[in-house]
Design a protein around this ligand. Structure first.
Ligand code: AHR
Length: 502
């Protein structure tokens, strides 16, 4: 089976904002406690942060991390997490039916961000709270000093402002499960007024307004039209979320779902254009896809805790999906979709980063390891910086229910003009047949293969565990070759591949 691709250095989608490879840490389950923070762990530093986790996060070169939620933020009082630790209250977290000790808050998380070399993307609570707390938090976080809230920060040990530039105006406010759920008009008005107040403090902030929690919400896509009608001129991004699952154990259909993602992005790009025209606005709004991942493996297990059957446990295991090899392919296709739509998707956050639906897992007091999905995320984040290329692709297809024709070959490519690398990210969706790949390389000079990485396995269900952390990992590809301006390779059935040229 053959697939042909044409790549030209001048045919581009857009420069990629490095924040396309962001992630997310929520106060949820063991993401924070026994995830990034575990005083007493053999690798913990003086502040209690796990060194093994810091190393793995650094390896991923995560450019931005959203915090502190998620659903958690919609009933969170940020003041609980600042000041002397012994005075911080224990609160009941209504989103995840757990107890929050508040031993990690803004100061500690910002320090952790500095340690791993990432930008902090902060969410404000527009569920149980509103404009006033958002502006207080902003003054606490970003004002140098000489005002009530900024002086509290200094008294709490942080002289220089945190200088957080990127802010989410609430989380999933369209969801009936959200504490303080609102209609699109209620939320749109509140988000507009909150954005206005935040901009009155600093007009250079980047603000993200909530779009839909998924494309199956009954309010989608009118939600986006209404919310942007209220907020278009005050915000920079509209957020979208989407999670993937394969409960039906139908691999072909599962791997077709990135086409739904593409359609979701295209629809909201249309709503943005419509609103821009309606407002006669000169400014652009982009998409912040600030929650995406596979999420289904742990859902049955979590019911007891979420339904309150275990009281209010502190940092219980929640949303601990054990990712399998099949999920590598799905995550590869999702990342390809974001790269191919880098013209409108500027920020995307893999939800989440540690223990909670995460590429990195830990055992309390024990090991940290890379889940299977660590690898496609790693390859995209580390090697997918530069300009997304507009590829011409000719691939055989298959039919998937509710999706239509799905190409067997899923592909994106990134050109880093500064270093001269061109990197192809490929997934073969075919269950049994290899794809003979033939890429015409136009205007790329005399390129040759400098790296070729393959992730493949005969068992779709296999996972990486503490005892077998390397069950799924990339191996060097052998036969990709460039000759006379053509890259050729055989892409094995159900495999992920990264091929770099220079
Ligand atoms: O990432 C897990 C949860 O999924 C988030 O808290 C919420 O925003 C979404 O529903």
């Amino acid at each position: 089976m053959k697939a042909a691709v044409v790549a030209h250095s001048k045919f581009t989608v857009s420069e990629i904002d490095p924040r396309l490879y962001g992630s997310f840490i929520e106060h949820l389950g063991r993401a924070v406690y026994t995830g990034i923070y575990e005083p007493g762990h053999a690798t913990a530093d003086e502040a209690g942060f796990r060194g093994d986790v810091i190393d793995l996060v650094k390896e991923l070169q995560v450019p931005v991390v959203r915090y502190p939620g998620g659903n958690f933020v919609s009933a969170y009082n940020w003041e609980d997490g600042v000041g002397p630790r012994e005075e911080r209250p224990v609160r009941l977290d209504l989103a995840w039916h757990t107890s929050e000790s508040n031993q990690v808050g803004l100061h500690e998380f910002a320090d952790w961000c500095d340690k791993v070399g990432t930008e902090l993307m902060m969410a404000v609570n527009l569920g149980s709270r509103g404009l006033d707390d958002a502006r207080n938090l902003l003054e606490y976080t970003n004002h140098p000093g000489g005002s009530a809230w900024s002086d509290k920060r200094r008294a709490n040990g942080r002289e220089a402002p945190f200088d957080v530039k990127l802010w989410c105006l609430g989380n999933e406010m369209d969801g009936p499960w959200q504490i303080g759920h609102k209609t699109a008009d209620e939320y749109g008005r509140l988000a507009h007024e909150t954005a206005k107040a935040m901009r009155a403090f600093d007009s250079s902030l980047e603000l993200v307004v909530c779009g839909s929690s998924n494309a199956h919400m009954p309010t989608y896509p009118q939600w986006e039209a209404t919310v942007l009608d209220h907020t278009y001129n005050e915000v920079d991004y509209i957020s979208l979320h989407m999670y993937f699952e394969n409960r039906a154990k139908d691999t072909a259909h599962y791997l077709a779902r990135s086409l739904e993602l593409d359609n979701y992005i295209a629809t909201i790009a249309g709503v943005i254009s419509y609103t821009k025209a309606k407002k006669r606005s000169a400014k652009d709004v982009y998409i912040s896809f600030d929650e995406w991942n596979v999420w289904y493996h742990s859902k049955e297990r979590d019911k007891a805790i979420l339904e309150g059957g275990e009281g209010w446990p502190e940092a219980p295991p929640l949303l601990e999906d054990d990712y399998n090899f099949e999920d590598v392919l799905q995550v590869g296709c999702i990342l390809n979709t974001f790269i191919n739509r880098a013209d409108v998707v500027k920020i995307a956050c893999l939800a989440q980063l540690v223990n909670v639906i995460a590429p990195i897992m830990t055992e309390p007091g024990g090991a940290a390891w890379r889940q299977t999905i660590f690898y496609p995320y790693y390859f995209a984040s580390v090697f997918g910086r530069g300009t997304a290329l507009k590829l011409m692709v000719d691939s055989p297809t298959y039919e998937a229910k509710d999706v239509g024709a799905v190409p067997y070959l899923d592909v994106s490519a990134v050109h880093d003009a500064a270093s001269g690398h061109v990197t192809f990210f490929l997934v073969n969706r075919h269950l049994t047949e290899a794809l003979d790949l033939d890429v015409s390389l136009l205007e790329f000079g005399a390129a040759s293969v400098v790296d070729d990485q393959v992730i493949a396995h005969s068992d779709l269900q296999i996972t990486n565990t503490a005892d077998a952390p390397d069950a799924v990992k990339p191996v060097k590809g052998e036969e990709a070759v460039v000759s006379e301006g053509r890259l050729t390779a055989s892409i094995a059935p159900l495999s992920y591949r990264m091929i770099r040229l220079k």
